[in-house]
Design a protein around this ligand. Sequence first.
Ligand code: HEM
Length: 545
Amino acid sequence: MAVFSLPIPTDTNALLLAAVPILAAAVWYRIQRRRHFNLDAVRGPACSSWLYGNVHEMLAGELGELEREWASQHGDIVRLQAPFNAPVLLVMDPKAVQHVFTYSVDNFHLDRERNFFSEILLGNALPVIDGDKHKRQRKILLPGFSAAEVKSHLGLFTMDAGKLVEKWKRHLDSAKVNSAVINTTSDMTKATLDAIGIVAFDYTFDALDGKENELTKAYQDILFSLFGKPRPQDELFLSIMGFLPASLVRLLLTKGPIPKLQRAQAATKLADGLIERSLRDKQIQASVEHDKSKKDILSLISRAYTSDNDKMRLTDSEMVSTMKTMILAGNDTTSTSLTWALYELAKHPEFQADLRREIHERNTWEPTFKELESMTLLNATVMEVLRMQPSLGTVYRQLVVDEVLPLSTPLKLKNGREISQLPVPSGTKMLVSIEAYNRHSDIWGPDAGEFNPRRWLDANGKLGMKGYSDTMTFGHGARRCLGWRFAVLEIQAFLFQLIGHLEFSPSAGSEKVIRMGGAILTPIVPEEFAKGAQMPLTVGYATMD
Ligand code: HEM
């Protein structure tokens, strides 16, 4: 019998039956391909050191510089090298970045080794935990960050911004000058620390008034000193930690003679003491008075703490960790964004003048939440600054399952083959670039690298459809920044006062400023690296219309 005369199954069941082995073979083939895909096939820059790798070159440089160069040579996913030739993927492809954030808590965990350092500062807080623990804690905290709660802090933000304006005006008056160069970043950090102290746990730092406070000093530049400008041997140290059990690493880091970490330990000890004292007072207040009028986050959480529902109750150590997170995650990020906002506006004087006009048109120094929300240029400025200058330029992840990354643009491999999705094995480490997403020309057009707040406006000059969630500045998905509404309102309120009252222009120092990533996007004058964050701008009185 000829082959062609073999009976061909014609009914649906038989067709399905025949399709099963074919489908199974296809699935098996895909799984095998995923498993056996070798990341060495992904292109990346040459690396001269097997021992140190080349990740540190990127983290120690100006944010975005090397990333852009590598993307133009190798594509939007680049293979870098950690010490001992371990692959690290630099992820800049927009679809892949979104995918990582969306599945962060389950599949793309925090980087194990870097997380040990965050743990020293924060304990078992939200930005340090993964999986179900993370989901539970986030559910408890979310109500404290709702739009209604956040609105109630506007008066405080306006007052603190007013204090900063007064301080800089006093500086000009006492020097009897109309303008002077001021290191804006230093006072900005103090002003936002004062705000977060009250907002988070009703604590008065009075940092802007120059009150000596051990905690203020301990937290000054702490993230930059811990994570900023890593050296090759720091990356080697991290890699060696990867071979050790977690308990031994924790022992080494907490008891070892590492100056950076000793400073972090000291800051943590101080913060723990202060927060534990405040916490005890709040718990007594919450249980005795049932005072629902207090809006600070600690009061809100304390009320939850007295809840009868076990699942909705934070433990003592979780409460302390949460408060430390508010100070660390909420302060440097916001003050940095504000500092970069002044820098961008100083470099764009016409736009600064237009924004000032919009502020003066309000005829008030105490705008309501609704008024701030309705201000076209103010919101366009905040969105554009957050796009161009994301406080966290890069986040670190480690895959805990085999995954396939979807890609916006096909990726060319070393052998010339193009792939439209990238299989990545479990355990792979990744640097996920928020900055690359925010400046990607496929999303933002050919002028993606330029500061242009008007890109947020439609043809009628009104705020268009895009909003704060269109950039990756606050992350995305299950780990999206809990405090984004706080940050946006605080930045709006501060810019309203600062631009309304004062005028900012570049100085000789600000022309030299570079953007250091690694930790928080920090403005640094390279030849004065030891001085830490600096943004020297010329500050003068604004012309009142
Ligand atoms: C401009 C200011 C801010 C920026 C750019 C920013 C950015 C971010 C980003 C990118 C993440 C996600 C990190 C990741 O996926 O690994 C994050 C998480 C977080 N942020 Fe912010 N943040 C800002 C302000 C704040 C403020 C004011 C607070 C609190 C008052 C805050 C609290 C948090 C917390 C608790 C998390 C962890 C969320 C989670 O893991 O579920 N942030 N932030």
